[in-house]
Write a protein that binds this ligand. Structure first.
Ligand SMILES: *[C@@H]1O[C@H](CO)[C@@H](O)[C@H](O)[C@H]1NC(C)=O
Ligand SMILES: *[C@@H]1O[C@H](CO)[C@@H](O)[C@H](O)[C@H]1NC(C)=O
Ligand SMILES: *[C@@H]1O[C@H](CO)[C@@H](O)[C@H](O)[C@H]1NC(C)=O
Length: 410
């Protein structure tokens, strides 16, 4: 009996050691990373703790066999990441290192084949990675120090749905990128120049703002482009020979058909626009890490911080935080939210507060100015959108929530 099941036992043992070896190699890779890149905020990573359930910023695949997500926003990571550290996380799907001071990312990380989302906004990156995993769906390199031309490497990102490069120093013409799945593009606030290529002319002008030498649809026309090509002379003579009446009749009916089509197109466009305008103007959208991630990051109403130095999380991190409702008042509900990096904040969502944006911002500025008073819980940030008004406070464990919730303006 025992002999019979021996192969099975071996198989189970082998398989077990195989999978744990993978998770332990992930663990080793993370520890090497943490040891080799200086950072300000402490990580609670220790070999004594289970990596999938208690390491800050780490999420695993179902069944806890591999590390699938690493999010470390605002930890003060400084300098370069060494090769052979994060690059060994070869089941990694999401890497987010926003709000750090990183200057580059080694090629073995940017080419991890399983990588789908790479978030590196607000760092000190100087160049775009020379190679990138072709399965990337979201690439956010905005608010860095990227220089030079937009490289041809993007040509290979056939799965990409969101590409964010705003607020860098990219220059030169935009290459004619054929990216069939691209839905969100932002190239604003760079030094790009020349005509916007045909393949990208369907994006709104907000995708190209702040590039003074960029031109063409959807921006104003490039200087020196003819408005319409002239009709060659010999065609006119054919028209004359065939008979002017037939031409007029044909032309007339074609114009009529075009007119009808145009009216229909205008009608549907307006309807569509009205529908999209009617969509609720909320603060951000809740991220779905799997599946339909393309809707993510689009036109997001972000957080406004009072103190730039406390700007180490953003709305996406907040929406992903674990939250519990701690108080319900007539003006809204307050939640205690624990961010992935361990920061705890209180989020108050105001209910049925009808107030204009200007006035709201004025109130916020006023609150912001008195926030240093010792008896008042500091207001860190807010988000204003049509249907959402969020106030984000520091969490003070021993403080009275009643003073927090009712002692302020609302
Ligand atoms: C794009 O992919 C092809 C084939 O996978 C590869 O040969 C080429 O070097 C890649 N181009 C860039 C710029 O990475
Ligand atoms: C992005 O760049 C624009 C133009 O330089 C600037 O007005 C804006 O403040 C920048 N945004 C951030 C967050 O730095
Ligand atoms: C791109 O980023 C800029 C700010 O840096 C913003 O003003 C603009 O609305 C963004 N465009 C899109 C299409 O989201």
């Amino acid at each position: 009996m025992i002999f019979k099941s021996l192969p099975l036992i071996f198989f189970v043992l082998f398989f077990h050691s195989f999978t744990t070896a993978d998770l332990s190699s992930d663990e080793e890779a993370l520890l090497t990373f943490a040891a080799s890149v200086p950072h300000i905020k402490k990580l609670n990573w220790s070999p004594q703790k289970p990596i999938c359930s208690s390491w800050i910023g780490v999420r695993c695949t179902p069944g806890n066999t591999r590390v699938s997500t690493l999010r470390l926003p605002g930890f003060g990571f400084n300098g370069s990441i060494r090769a052979d550290t994060l690059g060994k996380l070869d089941a990694l799907e999401v890497l987010s290192l926003r709000f750090n001071y990183l200057i580059d990312l080694p090629p073995d990380v940017s080419t991890i084949p399983s990588l789908r989302s790479l978030f590196l906004p607000h760092n000190n990156l100087r160049g775009i990675m020379p190679s990138l995993s072709s399965r990337l769906q979201i690439l956010d390199l905005s608010y860095n120090s990227l220089k030079g031309a937009i490289p041809q490497v993007f040509e290979n990102l056939t799965q990409i749905s969101s590409l964010f490069l705003q607020n860098n120093s990219l220059s030169g013409p935009i290459p004619d990128l054929q990216l069939p799945n691209l839905k969100h593009l932002n190239l604003s606030y760079n030094n790009l120049s020349g005509a916007i290529p045909l393949s990208l002319q369907g994006f709104p002008k907000e995708s190209f703002l702040g590039n003074p030498f960029l031109c063409g649809t959807p921006l104003p026309q490039c200087p020196g482009t003819p408005s319409s090509p002239p009709i060659p002379g010999h065609k006119r003579s054919i028209w004359k020979r065939e008979g002017v009446t037939i031409a007029i009749a044909c032309g007339g009916s074609i114009i009529l058909i075009l007119l009808v089509i145009l009216i229909f197109v205008c009608f549907f466009k307006r309807k569509h626009r009205q529908q999209s305008r009617r969509e609720p103007g909320r603060c951000g959208t809740i991220e779905k890490p799997e599946g339909n991630s393309s809707a993510e990051e689009s036109e997001r109403k972000g957080l406004v911080f009072f103190d730039k130095s406390s700007h180490n999380f953003d709305l996406e991190d907040l929406l992903r935080a674990s939250a519990e409702s701690i108080a319900k008042g007539s003006h809204g509900t307050a939640y205690k939210a624990v961010l992935e990096d361990g920061t705890t904040v209180v989020v108050k969502r105001l209910k049925e507060v009808v107030i204009g944006k200007r006035e709201f911002e004025r109130h916020m500025e006023m609150i912001g100015r008195i926030r240093l008073h010792p008896n008042i819980v500091p207001l860190r940030a807010y988000c204003y959108s049509k249907d959402d008004k969020l106030l984000i406070y520091d969490y003070v464990p021993s403080g009275s929530f009643s003073s927090l919730l009712h002692g302020m303006f609302f």
